[in-house]
Ligand binder design. Structure first.
Ligand SMILES: Nc1nc2c(ncn2[C@@H]2O[C@H](COP(=O)(O)OP(=O)(O)OP(=O)(O)O)[C@@H](O)[C@H]2O)c(=O)[nH]1
Ligand SMILES: [Mg+2]
Ligand SMILES: [Zn+2]
Length: 325
């Protein structure tokens, strides 16, 4: 089997599929442009296109995405290389525009990823509710969540943040980092395993590309940007998703900032995220307790005794409302 593509995450998963496909070339999509695709093959990176029905198809699942394994028909005599087939996806990270309900509004972010690193900046971007929503989005996808809280150098106290995250999910891997001091960067790298595909997601300007750069050699370093002073919002320094192979064997996908993952998951997925609250809720007097003003509410009791933070409960209730609408 191809040794080069092994490094890009190929481990025999398509052997059955590839039998009798000798005319096509196997590759992994490393970048998506407006009308073309970069695909890593056994003999290096090539530019490909799509044609015909696939080009016209409105279904976002029918278009190649960063991380996809594809079969390419090599163009001869100056003809373009054509992606003929998207091989079965192991995982799909997708995002739905908030309030959207039809398929057109679904955006695929990356495929065949093992880990999603949710990056937030501690100085102005930290939002427990947003972490919760992203976890809900990820649950059931087979993608493991991790949280990176960056720009540690810009805040003085993280005790409250630590407490809230711990209450949200005590098992969630969380790393505090700073590019200024280098704090946490080696801890983060140690959480990644060689051969795994890791996608970085989070708002613009939180430092996704800066973190990835610390793991890349100089010539492949990504552009990073200043945050505009007046709005405090990043200005989308990264404009396209891109897949990199790091020296340590980890495959990383950088993405442009996305503020919010629309919630597509159902209420049972929500239950995964709020384990602590759910466990307590089994002791509420009413089965359908909303933990607002019902008598005999074990969750409210836990808030008054300090086991659960008021803010965590509020986010929980907000998310339940969001999911109902
Ligand atoms: N003080 C401080 N600044 C940081 C830190 N990490 C990143 N920055 C700065 O934050 C700005 C944005 O960083 P980027 O890496 O471009 O952010 P991004 O998440 O990739 O943003 P998009 O590509 O727009 O999605 C840059 O000016 C970085 O130098 C940090 O830990 N501390
Ligand atoms: Mg970036
Ligand atoms: Zn209750």
């Amino acid at each position: 089997m191809s040794t080069h593509l092994k490094k890009y995450g190929l481990h025999g998963q398509f052997n059955d599929f590839l039998n009798g496909q000798s005319s096509s070339m196997l590759g992994r999509v490393t970048s998506v442009h407006r009308t073309s695709y970069d695909v890593m093959t056994e003999s290096g990176e090539i530019t490909c296109e799509i044609t015909g029905n696939r080009l016209k198809d409105k279904d976002p699942y029918q278009k190649p995405i960063v991380g996809d394994w594809v079969l390419v028909e090599m163009g001869e005599g100056g003809n373009a290389n054509i992606i003929r087939e998207i091989l079965p996806r192991n995982t799909v990270l997708e995002r739905r525009k908030v309030n959207a309900s039809d398929k057109e509004e679904i955006q695929l972010i990356a495929t065949n990823v093992d880990v999603a690193v949710i990056v937030q900046a501690l100085d102005q971007d930290f939002s427990l509710a947003r972490i919760q929503r992203t976890l809900t989005q990820l649950s059931g996808t087979g993608i493991r969540p991790m949280v990176v809280l960056n720009k540690l150098d810009l805040v003085s106290d993280i005790d409250q943040v630590k407490k809230e995250i711990h209450q949200l999910d005590a098992d969630l891997p969380v790393v505090f980092t700073s590019l200024e001091t280098g704090h946490g960067l080696s801890d983060l790298e140690q959480l990644f395993e060689s051969g795994e595909t890791i996608v970085f997601i989070g708002s613009s300007g939180v430092g996704k590309s800066s973190i990835i750069n610390t793991m890349l050699d100089e010539e492949r370093q990504q552009k990073t940007g200043e945050i505009s002073e007046c709005s405090g919002k990043g200005k989308h320094t990264t404009t396209a998703r891109k897949l990199f192979l790091l020296d340590n064997g980890v495959i990383v996908i950088d993405t442009p900032g996305t503020r919010e993952f629309g919630v597509t998951a159902d209420l049972s997925a929500l239950d995964d995220v709020f384990r602590t609250i759910d466990e307590l809720a089994t002791n509420c007097k009413f089965r359908d307790c909303r933990h607002q003003s019902e008598p005999g509410c074990a969750v409210k009791d836990a808030v008054s005794t300090g086991i659960i933070d008021e803010e965590v409960l509020k986010s929980y209730q907000k998310l339940r409302e969001d999911l109902k609408n």
